[in-house]
Write a protein that binds this ligand. Structure first.
Ligand code: ZN
Length: 396
């Protein structure tokens, strides 16, 4: 911070410090804390803003997506210019967050958080907040948090309804114990059809953010030990006491209380069928490998195609990287419509689908929900650029 401007910001946290449970001591604690927010869509953008304004010392945001016009209705950190520039959400969010609070550290990761990337994403954090839109990632985060003894603050929204709970290793059950197995999840609604209202998102984000602030400011006894289900349209709020660790669960059962009774909690509405399938695939690999432990990273994520909840898109993770400039030249020569920045390359294909390439080998195939078709499109268009060039030259 600039020396001469320091005084201007001296009372930045004044109202928060005046709040007795936080005080100067809690504020100082916040400044030394590090939080990871996975997913920077509607929930994630609100969460990031709360934590940034509150003065959490380091806020890391991870997101795999870029800003589009349909996000602006509810994703509070983004502007029209971000959508026009097809900026990755993590980058666009970080820019705003740094402008909001220059005294903390904001770190943006443009990545899909999966079994290959989760270790790096979770490095040196005290807490993980759920801003995702799918069960597979949530289950992965819950498992990783319990393995590292870090709290996980779950949140999910669809329509005008949402749910939230703070899951604490050694104290509460893990997410898998709470939202059940794949078969039951599969029957649920998903956000493809439910839509979502921004006010409902903010309500759930607030539930998550306040627990994060309690935990990170040292008010751990104040943490709400319940699963909240809220419907903002009909207005109802229900609260269920969170069960403790489940005996026999390989994720949360290590410190089990033998007398815990399982609650029959409602399921997440935002769990898409595709997530279930992705998760089932993961589980199949585990079982084939003769173990129910987390599979080695390469076992199922090498070429993974996952339909994205509510996005009319399939994410394909290829075991390669992309030199974006090189590919831009190739597709420009083909006369395809291109949008590019230093983080991604978006290509309009002749049949109406769009390809979005990220340097880490990820591809979003937009305009379809069929994972097999998405893979076929990738094979067709993303063979080696020099080959494509030669093919094109031969044709003309
Ligand atoms: Zn469990």
């Amino acid at each position: 911070m600039h020396e001469q401007t320091e005084d201007i910001w001296a009372d930045r946290y004044d109202r928060q410090i005046r709040f007795a449970p936080i005080g100067a001591k809690g504020q100082a604690r916040l400044a030394n804390m590090r939080a990871l927010i996975v997913g920077c869509g509607a929930l994630g953008a609100s969460l990031a803003q709360h934590l940034t304004r509150a003065g959490v010392g380091k806020v890391r945001i991870a997101d795999r997506d870029f800003v589009e016009p349909s996000n602006l209705q509810r994703q509070m950190l983004f502007h029209e210019a971000d959508a026009l520039a097809v900026l990755p959400k993590a980058v666009a969010a970080a820019e705003k967050l740094r402008a909001i609070n220059g005294s903390i550290e904001i770190e943006a990761l443009v990545t899909d958080v999966n079994s290959m990337t989760i270790t790096a994403a979770m490095e040196n954090v005290d807490l993980v907040l759920d801003g995702t839109d799918n069960a597979a990632t949530r289950l992965l985060l819950s498992e990783a948090c319990f393995a590292r003894n870090i709290p996980f603050i779950y949140g999910g929204v669809a329509g005008a309804e949402g749910m939230s709970a703070m899951l604490i290793p050694g104290q509460t059950a893990c997410l898998r114990c709470l939202i059940g197995d794949e078969a039951s999840v599969e029957e649920e609604l998903n956000c493809d059809t439910a839509g979502v209202l921004s006010a409902a998102v903010d309500f759930i984000a607030s539930l998550q953010a306040v627990e994060a602030i309690k935990w990170l400011s040292g008010n751990r006894n104040a943490v709400r030990k319940s699963w909240v289900v809220a419907d903002l349209w009909r207005f109802s709020v229900r609260e269920f006491t969170l069960p403790g660790c489940t005996p026999g669960c390989h994720i949360c059962g290590g410190l089990a209380d033998e007398n815990i009774v399982q609650l029959n909690l409602p399921r997440s509405e935002s769990i898409a069928r595709s997530d279930v399938l992705a998760h089932r695939e993961e589980r199949k690999h585990r079982l084939q490998a003769g173990t129910d432990e987390t599979p080695p990273a390469h076992a199922w994520s090498q070429t993974l195609a996952v339909a994205l909840c509510g996005r009319d898109s399939v994410q394909v993770t290829l075991p390669r990287t992309f030199q974006l400039e090189q590919w831009q030249v190739v597709f420009e020569r083909l006369g395809y419509e291109i949008k590019a920045n230093r983080y991604l390359l978006k290509i309009g294909l002749p049949d109406g689908e769009r390809l979005v390439l990220f340097p880490d080998g990820r591809v979003l195939v937009q305009g379809i929900i069929d994972a097999d078709k998405a893979l076929r499109i990738c094979v067709r268009y993303l063979t080696d650029p020099l080959e494509m060039q030669a093919e094109e030259e031969a044709r003309t």
